[in-house]
Ligand binder design. Structure first.
Ligand SMILES: C[S@@+](CC[C@H](N)C(=O)[O-])C[C@H]1O[C@@H](n2cnc3c(N)ncnc32)[C@H](O)[C@@H]1O
Length: 225
């Protein structure tokens, strides 16, 4: 099932507050924040996450989205999981003092996830082969109760020029600078994601997020039936 919406929810978290949380982080992290805010609607994404409950952020990286979610609503209890030990260490260092925020090292394709009301996956799946992506989405579906939420942020293959621009930028970030672990990209069309999620028992709302950005951002807000 699929509904598409253009209704953008308002941004509730300020860049300044995020920078404050990461004030002790190194130059590279602060530079990453600046770039991420400029090119990605990550602050807007927060408003699509339920305000309370147990949340697991899959592929949490250095904890940026966990930090944004906590700033957006302190009633959220958040666990972040990532494969990259350096990023988990950085997340713990910056955000270790926040209550009910925890980070764990783990491979999403091979780990059992803690039970949660909400799973968030922000700009992660394109780094993982499609078969493993589907396993991850299935594990989320199996772990969620009816009414539970999966917030999936990815890149669409349309508009085409934005998608191609994203490929160039990701190639620099992943393959040349080595900022993110991974060696190949596994982008999928929105139709493919919607069909896959619907097949796993989700009702999906598609939020095209690319307007105002040079990248083909897209959000899937999936509710377990
Ligand atoms: C582009 S970063 C996005 C990080 C974060 N979600 C954000 O938006 O700031 C992709 C993240 O996915 C993680 N990742 C990739 N494959 C993974 C896997 N199989 N298991 C866990 N994490 C993975 C990478 O280590 C990296 O931190």
């Amino acid at each position: 099932m699929r509904a598409e919406t253009d209704s953008l929810r308002p941004v509730r978290v300020s860049r300044r507050d995020v920078f404050l949380l990461f004030r002790e982080a190194g130059f590279l992290m602060r530079h990453y924040l600046r770039i991420k805010f400029r090119i990605c609607p990550i602050l807007r994404t927060e408003a699509y996450v339920p305000d309370k409950g147990e949340i697991v952020d899959l592929g949490c990286g250095n904890g940026l989205f966990a930090a944004i979610m906590k700033l957006g609503s302190p009633a959220r209890s958040i666990v972040g999981i990532d494969l990259d030990a350096r990023k988990i260490a950085a997340a713990r260092k910056s955000l270790g003092n926040l209550s009910h925020v925890d980070f764990r090292l783990g491979d999403l394709a091979a780990t059992d996830y803690p039970k949660a009301d909400v799973y968030t996956i922000i700009d992660v799946l394109y780094l993982i082969p499609v078969e493993a992506q589907n396993r991850i989405l299935r594990m989320c579906a199996d772990a969620l109760q009816p009414g539970g939420t999966l917030v999936l942020k990815e890149m669409d293959k349309k508009p085409r020029w934005k998608y191609l621009w994203n490929m160039i930028q990701e190639t620099i970030s992943v393959k040349i600078v080595g900022f993110t672990l991974g060696s190949h990209f596994h982008f999928r069309t929105r139709e493919d994601y919607v069909e896959t999620l619907a097949g796993l028992g989700f009702t999906v709302e598609v939020v095209p997020f690319h307007r105002g950005y040079g990248y083909s951002h897209i959000l899937f807000l999936a509710k377990k039936n």
